[in-house]
Design a binder for this molecule. Structure first.
Ligand SMILES: *Cc1c(COP(=O)(O)O)cnc(C)c1O
Length: 203
């Protein structure tokens, strides 16, 4: 389980770590960078799960251990170059699959996954670990995650080590697990309901 701590303060990440949760995710570079730098001494793995602009690559590779949202060749190039300059170890990368072409929430269409994965795998400074997806809003998550499982099977046919399936959030994690998710990204079920703008509500 990866705790999604966006909108919540760094002190919550510290509390989670004290409780044994060492994987946390953020979706905005500015917020993630600030939290990671204030918690540098903490044993926490930072996952970046949001849509990522190319010009943020240099920032993200410095604190993130895993980037889940790689969805286009320009981003592969930018992350590979930034990782070469700013990291000692390769950056773990997931290709984000778009299961809902209408939504514009990022991701590459299923038909484009293998080509993009090949670009990641060809880089010395990136390590292809698997796939990430978000189920369509209002759609049937079982249908979406079954599709993702098919894409993952095809991916593992070419890249045996790319075993991660990052799928499932608070509302649909059971479905994701039924369809083979290896990592679920849980925010509101753990920390409370987020309110846009300021403040969030505890459960
Ligand atoms: C916010 C977010 C989550 C967590 O969503 P919840 O519904 O709060 O569990 C998971 N994945 C991504 C990509 C997110 O942006």
């Amino acid at each position: 389980m990866i705790a999604v701590t966006k909108t919540w303060p760094a002190s919550d990440v510290a509390e989670l770590a004290a409780l044994g949760v060492h994987d946390v995710a953020e979706n905005k570079d500015q917020e993630a960078r600030a939290k990671a730098s204030s918690l540098e001494s903490l044993d926490v793995r930072w996952h970046f799960v949001g849509q990522l602009q190319r010009n943020k690559a240099r920032s993200v590779v410095r604190y993130a251990d895993v980037v889940h949202s790689v969805d286009r060749p320009e981003l592969v190039t930018a992350l590979a170059k930034a990782a070469a300059q700013h990291r000692d170890a390769p950056l773990d990368v997931l290709v984000q699959v778009d299961l809902d072409s209408a939504a514009g929430r990022g991701g590459v269409a299923p038909a484009g996954v293998l080509a993009l994965a090949a670009e990641v795998a060809a880089s010395d400074t990136l390590r292809l670990v698997g796939l990430m997806a978000v189920a369509p809003l209002g759609g049937d998550p079982d249908h979406a995650f079954a599709r993702l499982a098919d894409v993952s099977r095809a991916l593992r046919g070419e890249h045996a080590d790319a075993t991660w399936i990052s799928a499932g959030m608070s509302g649909d994690l059971e479905s994701a697990v039924r369809h083979g998710a290896t990592h679920v990204r849980v925010g509101s079920a753990l920390l409370g309901k987020r309110v846009s703008g300021h403040g969030s509500v505890r459960p």
